[in-house]
Design a protein around this ligand. Sequence first.
Ligand SMILES: Cc1cc2nc3c(=O)[nH]c(=O)nc-3n(C[C@H](O)[C@H](O)[C@H](O)COP(=O)(O)O)c2cc1C
Length: 184
Amino acid sequence: MVEPEVLPLLRDRRSVCEYDEAHDLGLDELTSLLEAARWAPSAGNSQPWAFLVGRRGDAAHQLFAPLLAPSVRRWAPAASALVFALHQVASGPEDDATAYSDYAAYDLGQAVAHLTVQAAALGLATHQFAAFDHDGLAAAAGVPVHWSVTTGIAVGRGVTSELVPRTRRPLTEIAYGARFGTPL
Ligand SMILES: Cc1cc2nc3c(=O)[nH]c(=O)nc-3n(C[C@H](O)[C@H](O)[C@H](O)COP(=O)(O)O)c2cc1C
């Protein structure tokens, strides 16, 4: 069967586990990634996201790396940057604080999706991960209680020698018509 057309950037993206330690993430590249996230849509334009960034070798990276779970520590510190994605979980205490939106987690996921596609367009690989000490990271970085550190994202130049085929559930199991469970 001929595979239906999907944008090559999306088709070829994969969560890379091997990174080129000779690659440093330039400030222009980093800014481009964060701008892509910043321009994501969000409920009521609430923009309930924030990012913590450590580039390999800097103080933030040294703070973050020990907080990764062993499974992630095997590959993520070799990436050029560790980015942590945060979303708001309550309204802030300040008078002018942005109000909490029930869609904050959804919005953050979309912002990170934009970041990963921008990374792919720049020839960079990404790998999101949840396996890290969330509370430890929030404490170490002074994250206010109305924010949640949600995921980490390793960003760098991927080494593609370890490419494995990706798998997904078929459309018949995820896309329905009028009745949930009945394939489109
Ligand atoms: C929210 C989230 C959490 C994830 N956590 C981990 C993780 O802790 N460790 C890991 O190796 N990969 C993690 N992944 C990567 C997924 O395993 C990966 O995206 C999935 O297997 C599909 O592979 P692909 O991204 O190459 O298409 C995570 C991905 C997401 C979106």
